[in-house]
Ligand binder design. Structure first.
Ligand code: ADP
Ligand code: MG
Length: 238
């Protein structure tokens, strides 16, 4: 587990200030949801936490260490995206173990981790299939398996469920939360879906135009929105 801290973080693309100055503290083991309309800067912020995007001003730290001062391979994070690009010609097992192979993990360790992850995600019967023989939900679980075997201290999710149909989305929300309870890793979860935010977040961070409008427990934000934007965004159905 690890804490995630943003202090005075800004991002500019050319003349455009996309992230305006964000301070945010995420505690060890917390599940925090960044929620806001499309284009408000959620993915950019997440990518800065991951060290995938340079930071114009301020700092992002994981466990007290400035992200950009840590070599990419030593950053204990794993990202799960909306477009979970799996290797189409590799089996589920090969997809899940790919990062371990890159790290030259011993075979026994690799097998144990892949089998444990498959068990956890109910993928054991599917390990020898290729992704094209899987449903959308199963593919998303393979993408999570790929993330889990790396034993990350921090999980970063960027709208992982938005390609799934409504029913599956509801199921997967519960699965991701169950996984979080089981693994306890600090999680930052991005979505534009207020229902997803309300049901999944220990804490939610409501964003608009590159700024934090309000953060707190979902129930507190819902009961006492700080302004009309938050009231409208959290209150209205998706
Ligand atoms: P969200 O994930 O909340 O939809 P993004 O973080 O993807 O928002 O984007 C925030 C804003 O930054 C958008 O207006 C987007 O067009 C802009 N943006 C994102 N990436 C770049 C980039 N590489 N160059 C210029 N503008 C970008
Ligand atoms: Mg985005």
């Amino acid at each position: 587990m690890a804490s995630v801290t943003l202090s005075g973080v800004k991002k500019r693309f050319g003349a455009l200030e996309i992230i305006r100055e964000i301070d945010l503290n995420i505690e060890d083991g917390e599940f925090v949801v960044l929620v806001g309309p499309s284009g408000c800067g959620k993915s950019t912020l997440l990518r800065m936490i991951a060290g995938l995007e340079s930071i114009t001003a301020g700092e992002a730290r994981i466990d007290g260490k400035v992200v950009n001062n840590v070599a990419a391979k030593n950053r204990d994070i794993a990202m799960v995206f909306q477009n979970y690009a799996l290797y189409p010609h590799k089996t589920v097992r090969q997809n899940i173990e790919f990062s371990l192979r890159l790290r030259k993990a011993p075979k026994a360790e690799m097998d144990r981790k892949v089998n444990d992850a498959a068990e956890l995600l109910a993928l054991t019967p599917l390990l020898d299939r290729t992704p094209r023989a899987l449903s959308g939900g199963q593919r998303q679980r393979v993408a999570m398996g790929r993330a889990i075997v790396r034993d990350p201290k921090v999980f970063l999710f960027d709208e992982p469920l938005s390609n799934l149909d409504a029913k599956l989305r509801v199921e997967m929300r519960a699965q991701i939360k169950a996984l979080h309870r089981r693994l306890g890793a600090t999680s930052v979860y991005v979505t534009h879906d207020q229902v997803e935010a309300m049901t999944m977040g220990d804490k939610i961070v409501v964003m608009r135009g590159g700024e934090i409008q309000q953060m707190g427990r979902p129930i507190d934000v819902y009961d006492a929105p700080r302004n009309l934007f938050v009231a409208g965004f959290i209150g209205s159905p998706s």
